[in-house]
Design a protein around this ligand. Structure first.
Ligand code: XLS
Ligand code: MG
Ligand code: MG
Length: 389
């Protein structure tokens, strides 16, 4: 029975080099864990049963590495992948850590910085593709402002669009099999970041030259920081055919960017998310973009990583129970029951339909009097989660 919660390759659980490799630095405190090399991180992830490992260019290759360093590091990393069987489904660019990006990368006010950001991203795309990545993430952590006096948001968006268009054309020109996934976030590290939420990013994609190549990488913490319902954002991305990747973690509304273990804060929200991903047949990576508490050593980091995957699998099993629970299903059937009398008004528009609907007598008071049993339904959900059903 407990075997069903063991991670397997088909679950597509991935972590970033930067997640389990996080050394616990925060704005007030120094690192609490010694850095691990990429090779050590690959082995740690293999130990806990992950399927894949993702990276920012500089998680793997330091920004000032010589070409010889780059070749050696890449050779060793690939050998570790070979040895452990881990894959690299996604890669991305670090366009936020170096001082050069303090005012943004693609949206910097300095054209030299914008051009450098494009150069760095093209090289990072080459690196990602060389390691097997099929999805390329764009998280614009520094694309934004502290003061709107500094940058016109329309100009910011224009520059952002120009950069993504350029890079889409680069990928096509190289013949790479690669899709882009924009990762929205409302703030942190900038005071305000452009493309703040899933909704902003979805609308932006439709303004691009190659909208088919570009989708979303929504993150639990980011939408939650904005006080939004993450599932709703994910559902809308899915509905638009744009759920290319997902960053799983957890977050309390109104706090700093916490990146907690998946399910650490809001189990019910995590449950409905897992149920959604499993039921719609999402085929992409389940990427945990989270890190262990600063209190942990590397044993704690492994417990953190195992916990992310195990919670996902437990919630998947809970989703199955929810969907097979006779009482829950009976309530749902009742809530959505349809006596067929509205069929003449459903579907597309016609003049006759509109006229008939305008003339139809409704018993508004009776409709409004009906109780919907959502209290019972939500309590049953809690009971599934609490393990008594
Ligand atoms: C930061 C982001 C970052 C991206 C990758 O909050 O989540 O980790 O996922 O650059
Ligand atoms: Mg994040
Ligand atoms: Mg993320």
């Amino acid at each position: 029975m407990s075997d069903m919660y063991e991670p397997k390759p088909e679950h597509k659980f991935t972590f970033g080099l930067w997640t389990v490799g996080n050394i616990g630095r925060d704005p007030f405190g120094e690192p609490v864990r010694h850095p691990l090399s990429p090779v050590e991180i690959v082995h740690l992830l293999a130990d806990v049963g992950a399927y894949g490992v993702n990276f920012h260019d500089n998680d793997l290759i330091p920004i000032d590495a010589t070409p010889a360093d780059r070749d050696r590091i890449l050779r060793e990393f690939k050998a570790a992948l070979q040895e452990t069987g881990l894959v690299v489904p996604m890669a991305t660019t670090n366009l936020f850590a170096d001082p050069v990006f303090k005012d943004g990368a693609f949206t910097s006010n300095d054209p030299k910085v914008r051009a450098y950001a494009l150069q760095k991203t093209m090289r990072a795309i080459d690196l990602g593709v060389e390691c097997g990545a099929k999805v390329y993430v764009f998280w614009g952590g520094r694309e934004g402002v502290e003061s709107d006096a500094a940058k016109d948001p329309q100009e910011g968006l224009k520059r952002y669009r120009e950069a993504i268009n350029f890079l889409c054309a680069y990928v096509k020109d190289q013949g790479y099999d690669l899709k882009f996934a924009l990762e929205p976030k409302p703030n942190e590290p900038r005071g305000d970041i452009y493309l703040a939420t899933v909704g902003h990013a979805l609308a932006f994609i439709n303004t691009l030259d190659h909208p088919d190549m570009v989708g979303l990488n929504p993150e639990v913490a980011h939408e939650t920081m904005a006080g939004l319902n993450f599932l709703h954002g994910v559902a809308q991305a899915w509905d638009a055919g744009k759920l290319f990747h997902i960053d799983l973690n957890d977050q309390v509304i109104g706090r700093y960017d916490q990146d907690f273990r998946f399910g650490a804060v809001n189990l019910k929200a995590a449950f409905f998310l897992v149920r959604f991903l499993e039921n719609v047949g999402y085929q992409g990576s389940r990427h945990f973009d989270a890190h262990a508490y600063r209190t942990e050593d590397y044993e704690g980091v492994k417990a953190f990583a195992r916990g992310c995957m195990r919670t996902y699998l437990i919630l998947k099993e809970k989703a199955r129970r929810f969907d097979e629970d006779a009482e829950i299903q009976a309530l749902l059937a009742e809530i959505t029951s349809d006596d067929g009398t509205m069929a003449p008004f459903q579907g597309g528009y016609s003049r006759d339909k509109a006229d008939a609907l305008k003339a139809h007598p409704f018993d508004r008071v009776a409709l409004g009097r009906r109780g919907l049993a959502y209290e019972r339904l939500d309590q049953l959900t809690n009971e599934v989660l609490l393990g008594v059903r």
